[in-house]
Design a protein around this ligand. Structure first.
Ligand SMILES: O=C1C[C@@](O)(C(=O)O)C[C@@H](O)[C@@H]1O
Length: 146
C-alpha cells in the first residue's frame, strides 16, 4: 500500500512567520509542519517533511525521494517560477507530485502566475492556505489509487 508522502518546502519557508501574513497566514514553519502532519494522521498518510533554502540540497533530496516516499507535496516557493533544475528533478523522482501554494499565485503578480512545474506535476492546489495541504494529500491518495 502506498501511503508515504514527502512534503517539500523550498526557499524562504524557514522564515515563514516573517513574511506577509495576508498571503501566508503568519504561522511559523514549525506550525505549518505540525498542521500537515496532523492532516496526514487524519488521512492515514505518513508525512515526512523537508525544507531547504539551497536549491542543490533541494534537488538532491528529490533524487533520493523514491527511496523512502510514494509521492510528493511540493511548495518550492519562488523557485516555482524559474527553477528548471527543480522541474527536471521532479521528473527524475518519478513519483506523483502535487504542487501546493499557500497563496493564490494565479491572482498575484504575473511572475507568480508562471510555474515551471507544469507538465511534470500531477496536480496543483493554491490559495487555500494551510488547508490546501490537506487537499494536496487527498490528491496524492487519489493518484495512488489510480
Ligand atoms: O515563497 C512563496 C510562497 C508561495 O509558494 C506560496 O506558498 O504561496 C508563492 C510563491 O510565489 C512565493 O515565492
Amino acid at each position: 500500500m502506498r501511503n508515504r508522502a514527502l512534503v517539500m518546502h523550498g526557499i524562504n519557508f524557514s522564515a515563514l512567520d516573517r513574511r506577509p501574513a495576508e498571503h501566508y497566514g503568519g504561522l511559523t514553519y514549525a506550525q505549518l509542519e505540525r498542521e500537515i502532519t496532523r492532516f496526514g494522521r487524519e488521512l492515514d498518510v505518513t508525512v515526512n517533511c523537508f525544507q531547504s533554502n539551497y536549491e542543490g540540497a533541494f534537488v538532491e533530496e528529490l533524487h533520493k525521494a523514491s527511496d523512502y516516499a510514494d509521492g510528493i507535496l511540493i511548495n518550492p516557493g519562488a523557485w516555482t517560477h524559474y527553477s528548471w533544475a527543480i522541474r527536471d528533478a521532479i521528473e527524475i523522482a518519478g513519483l506523483p507530485a502535487i504542487e501546493v501554494h499557500l497563496s493564490n499565485v494565479d491572482a498575484r503578480e504575473p511572475f507568480r502566475q508562471v510555474s515551471v512545474l507544469e507538465g511534470v506535476r500531477t496536480g496543483k492546489v493554491a490559495g487555500k492556505g494551510v488547508d490546501g495541504y490537506r487537499d494536496g494529500l487527498q490528491l496524492l491518495k487519489e493518484a495512488w489509487e489510480r
